[in-house]
Write a new protein. Structure first.
Length: 187
């Protein structure tokens, strides 16, 4: 996996015409993903060194000056993250890829090849997906549902800021370190 910095823009349109745009900065390496979320939170996800399919996470909540430790089961139950692949695929469910088919259209960005994928039937929610199978990375896609639609776009840059990939305990030594249960009690 190529170390990349991703500038992610997500636009949601919900019933009634309301539109919400969010921006995230994502640092992605073979065993760590750091996400800076609008609103003052950061996440650091770490791939398990023994069972490579598993993941743990740390949320940094700057407003409460807290570092919250998430085990894999807490990520699954509270965040819907089922493992490492859910973190690195940026919201693309791998079984959903069976509902789209790669076309002959290709784009190369920073030497990474993306193939355009189209739905296999009109009722498939995932549309206009540009996907790198080698990097397990979407460049862009549109998804629709009965509740609205989502547009996902990524701008890629080579390399990452290694300081953000350090454990938050060392980055924020003055922050309280809590497990999820203690953090939920204090909210």
């Amino acid at each position: 996996m190529t170390p990349l910095t991703l500038d992610v823009t997500t636009r949601r349109a919900v019933a009634g015409g309301k539109r919400v745009t969010t921006r995230q900065s994502v640092l992605r390496t073979v065993d760590r993903v750091h996400i800076s979320v609008q609103g003052g939170r950061e996440w650091l996800f770490e791939r398990n060194t023994i069972d490579r399919a598993r993941v743990s996470g740390v949320m940094i909540d700057h407003s409460s000056r807290s570092v919250v430790l998430f085990e894999e089961s807490e990520l699954r139950n509270l965040q819907g993250i089922r493992g490492w692949v859910d973190v690195i695929t940026m919201g693309i469910d791998l079984p959903a890829l069976a509902q789209v088919r790669a076309s002959t259209k290709r784009r190369s960005v920073l030497g990474i090849e993306f193939a355009r994928h189209a739905p296999t039937s009109p009722d498939v929610a995932l549309r206009d997906l540009w996907w790198s199978a080698e990097q397990l990375l979407p460049r862009s896609y549109t998804a629709r549902s009965s509740g609205g639609s989502l547009q996902f776009r990524v701008r890629l840059r080579r390399g990452v800021d290694d300081r953000k990939l350090a454990h938050p305990r060392s980055r924020f030594p003055d922050y309280r370190v809590l497990d999820v249960a203690d953090w939920l009690e204090q909210r």
